[in-house]
Design a protein around this ligand. Structure first.
Ligand code: 5GP
Ligand code: ZN
Length: 113
């Protein structure tokens, strides 16, 4: 399931270039185009799901796969191994791309919230 106007769907279809960190049948992990930390990845389901609220029971395994992708990325970190996850859900939270994604940030101290 894709959306013709969605930037992440267009990247998944290879219509727009992006730096791909890793990819599975169901997920793609991109370098964020405007990184907020030395490591700033976006973990994105290939299925177009607009936000967490739009997840359905059939997406349960996909949600678990996203979590396990976090673990896989974390295992490759050097240094302290610390990382921060951010999910913006809805425009008032700062969501700008309405295709669910998890921000994976690392490589600097992030003591402010
Ligand atoms: P949101 O604000 O929706 O939580 O996060 C959207 C993220 O997608 C932002 O951090 C933004 O920099 C990133 N982004 C937007 N357009 C593109 C793009 O075309 N390519 C990549 N790699 N990242 C993008
Ligand atoms: Zn999409």
């Amino acid at each position: 399931m894709t959306d013709t106007s969605c930037v992440f769907c267009r990247i998944i279809r290879k219509e727009i270039p992006a730096t791909v960190i890793t990819e599975t049948d169901s997920l793609i992990v991109l370098q964020d185009i405007a990184p907020k930390a030395p490591i700033h990845y976006l973990i994105i389901p290939k299925k177009h799901i607009k936000d967490i609220v739009a997840f359905e029971d059939q997406d349960l395994f996909l949600a678990a796969e996203m979590f396990m992708m976090v673990q896989s990325l974390a295992k490759k970190l050097s240094g302290s191994g610390a990382f921060r996850l951010i999910v913006n859900n809805g425009s008032d939270s700062g969501q700008t791309v309405f295709h669910h994604h998890v921000h994976f940030l690392s490589g600097k101290k992030m003591l402010d919230f």
